[in-house]
Design a protein around this ligand. Structure first.
Ligand code: ADP
Ligand code: ZN
Length: 720
């Protein structure tokens, strides 16, 4: 009897398994869908659900069973179903995220390495000697890794192959060095030891979420390393999520020191073949420790024993496009489904996590002291009304003095402004014309290094013109407001001797470049660092004494429910970079509203009352986590069709006591990439079944025609 099984790509379909074959849920197969062949995963039918009565002759056959691809473990299927249900995405969309490593589904291409086998070469140079010394362990080495380990150029390796000293041999698919959980433990301080003990207890009986809440530099990483070690000792896999994986060179090095080998990495910077190898190594339980961006959560771990979400408050965990999900929340779900512990780590936890602690759902471990004598930086606000910068400049005299003193002591200063480019707006002095993106409702941002005006929403750019396109006046264009490049220019003017390092995602596009710049900063080859939020996260810069925030009010101007929380977190993080080792740190915050609660909390260091007030405000307003939100975004290339469809959607909203539908309203960013945008906001109490409500609602809305799109975002973070 042939078996009928639903497949999930792009939605579940039924196929016939060829006579004599057998497939199981989680296995990968090739199937026809219309004229196209797809790789799909065999899905389970929900319990008790009957197979649909489809005539046999209408069913098409599975073309191929990919039995050399490791199958998805059951827990991955559970997870995909859960995420699909929660986000209202199709299971196929979630499955596609789980399969985002196309080369994993092809037979791995053989790769070759070298091994020491032959006699010493006739010509014996110091470089060659070093290679032989390193290769003595008898392992098969990737050529470039051997060259790096021996500190020689790749040519030396080739020379030794030619001489017959090294022989070429196929590399195993996954040849990472084994991790050693007890290799190099830090000697923990008393507070850290207590924290680690508690964490290990929490982590020893299945699903428990622990909020590891400690000031920057208190040793949270050292503490959760203990939990990783415990997990590895049990032979299970561990996953560490990081918000900005491009910047985790330092973390990889620390893992290597602690466990004797590098973890597997998972992020968008990997080559396709590396993605495939990591995917397989995870599925085959060979990769024991994975450090990754949010998408690593969707890797097919068969035996996951721990999830750590580092900097759990970070906005980067929220994905907005396609399947809109919050990776921190989904990490908790994944841990629950896999019955494993989850650690959320932060110096400035999210309101959501703190409230979960209050509700008794998460456990709470606090670390109040920095490691070593280094105290927390002293934070002061600079009232820009009393200490204005010079015309056309952005650094107040107070900040300039502080940088001067810092440099005179031979210490490093960091200036932070969360805005890429040179200037956010360019206008004509003669006629007032402003450069706007033709595709978006946004100004073009000047990028002086690249000599162009760019749109930060769609990527459109034009060269900086010499004359105004509107009135034709020459040399009449002026840059308004500061971006990071403009601050760098001002620093060059003020401190011509200082070595400057500029860190912004558009200036250092490759991960390797970024890691190199970070290394230079760490090695004190830079005196003044000028950076966007890239520098705020998790780095340890031992020589950094002063952090200056150029415009603390920037994030507060945004009117969304998390603006205050987000600004507090970002500015705490960035000022927390100062004074990490022996030197005393200092943070100076330029603001036009020093009395604002966020600024006041940063200055007083009174985090707890800030959080208390924020939590109370959210509770009063029924905002998350006290209530639930969903955003519905409707876009179309014509304003009328977007607007009228949005109204039609709103008209179909069912009545429900605990649920309120707001809108439609034109989105604050009313056009992006030439598409007009309308928003609806659904506000519900915690008890309401938001998914069921939305499911019912959307099933009654007529299908969107033409190029109209409807996107649902559960627990939205962006309201633009
Ligand atoms: P956090 O994650 O809380 O910001 P880290 O774990 O990164 O803190 O620690 C900050 C710095 O202090 C790191 O350079 C780390 O190596 C060092 N450190 C922390 N605890 C110890 C310890 N017990 N022994 C040695 N170094 C430590
Ligand atoms: Zn644009």
């Amino acid at each position: 009897m042939p078996v009928l099984l639903p497949l999930a790509l792009p939605a579940p379909y039924d196929y016939l398994v060829p006579k004599g074959d057998h497939v199981e849920p989680g296995e990968f197969v090739v199937v026809p869908l219309g004229p196209v062949e797809y790789i799909a995963a065999v899905w389970r039918r929900a319990e008790g659900e009957a197979a649909p009565k489809i005539e046999r002759k209408k069913l098409r056959e599975v073309l191929e069973i990919l039995d050399d691809v490791p199958k998805l473990p059951d827990v991955s299927l559970d997870f995909a179903d859960w995420v699909a249900h929660y986000t209202l995405a199709s299971p196929g969309m979630v499955l596609r995220m789980m399969m985002s490593a196309s080369s994993a589904f092809q037979p791995p291409a053989p790769r070759y390495g070298v091994r020491l086998a032959g006699p010493a070469p006739a010509r014996f140079t110091p470089a060659r000697a070093r290679v032989i010394e390193v290769a003595k362990n008898g392992l098969i080495w990737v050529k470039s890794a051997l060259a790096e380990a021996a500190g020689v150029s790749p040519g030396v390796i080739d020379g030794l192959v030619d001489a017959g000293t090294l022989v070429t041999e196929p590399l195993p698919d996954w040849h990472a060095m084994p991790l050693d959980p007890s290799r190099q433990r830090a000697k923990l301080t008393n507070a850290q030891r207590e924290a680690a003990k508690e964490l290990l207890q929490n982590a020893s009986d299945g699903f428990v979420v622990t909020l590891l809440d400690g000031v920057t530099g208190s040793g949270k990483t050292e503490v959760y390393f203990e939990a990783i070690a415990q997990c590895l000792k049990r032979g299970q896999q561990a996953l560490v999520l990081m918000p900005e994986i491009a910047l985790t060179g330092q973390f990889l090095a620390r893992c290597e020191e602690r466990f004797g080998a590098k973890p597997a990495e998972w992020h968008s910077g990997l080559t396709p073949s590396m993605r495939g190898r990591v995917w397989r190594a995870v599925a085959e339980d060979k990769a024991k420790l994975v450090v990754g961006a949010r998408s690593a959560l969707f890797l097919p771990f068969p035996d996951l024993g721990l999830i750590v979400v580092d900097e759990e408050h970070d906005q980067a965990y929220k994905q907005e496009d396609r399947v809109a999900y919050q990776a921190r929340d989904m990490a908790v779900v994944r841990a629950h489904l896999g019955a494993c512990p989850c650690v959320l780590s932060s110096a400035t936890p999210s309101i959501e996590s703190l409230v979960n602690v209050e509700w008794g759902r998460y456990r709470h471990i606090q670390l109040g002291q920095r490691y070593k004598a280094a105290g927390l930086p002293a934070i002061q606000a600079i009232d820009m009304r009393a200490n204005p910068p010079e015309r056309g400049h952005w650094l107040s005299p107070v900040l300039i003095d502080a940088v001067t003193e810092t440099l005179a002591r031979g210490e490093q200063a960091l200036l932070f402004l969360n805005r890429r480019g040179y200037a956010p707006v360019t206008l004509c002095r003669k006629c007032g014309f402003r450069f706007e993106c033709p595709n978006c409702s946004a100004w073009l941002v000047e990028h002086r290094f690249r000599r162009r005006l760019e749109c930060h929403h769609c990527g459109k750019f034009i060269p900086i013109p010499h004359e105004c396109p509107s009135c034709g006046a020459e040399e009449s264009l002026v840059a308004c407001g500061p971006g990071i490049e403009r601050i760098a220019e001002e620093v060059a003017e003020l401190f011509p001797e200082a070595r400057r390092g500029l860190l912004s995602s558009d200036l250092t596009p490759s991960i390797a470049d970024l890691r190199e710049t970070l290394r230079e900063i760490e090695a004190h080859e830079v005196d003044v660092i000028i950076g966007t939020q890239l520098v705020a996260k998790g780095h340890h810069f031992p020589g950094l004494a002063l952090v200056g925030v150029i415009d603390a009010d920037l994030g507060l101007a945004q009117g969304d429910p998390r603006a205050a929380e987000r600004t507090f977190q970002l500015l705490s993080q960035v000022t927390g970079r100062a004074g990490r080792d022996v030197i005393k740190g200092r943070g100076l915050i330029q603001t036009y509203m020093p009395e604002h609660p966020v600024i006041a909390a940063l200055v007083s260091g009174d985090r707890d009352s800030f959080y208390e007030r924020e939590i109370a405000a959210r509770r009063d307003a029924g905002m998350p986590p006290f209530g639930r939100l969903a955003a519905i975004l409707i876009t179309a290339s014509a304003r009328e069709s977007a607007e009228s469809y949005a109204r039609e959607v709103a008209r179909h909203a069912p009545q429900a006591a605990k649920i309120q539908v707001l809108g439609p309203a034109e989105a604050p960013l009313s056009v992006i990439r030439g598409r007009y945008r309308y928003r609806l906001l659904v506000k519900a109490t915690r008890e309401a079944d938001l998914q069921a409500y939305l499911g019912l609602w959307l099933s009654e809305v007529p299908k969107a025609r033409g190029d109209i799109r409807l996107i649902v975002d559960i627990e939205p973070y962006s309201f633009l």
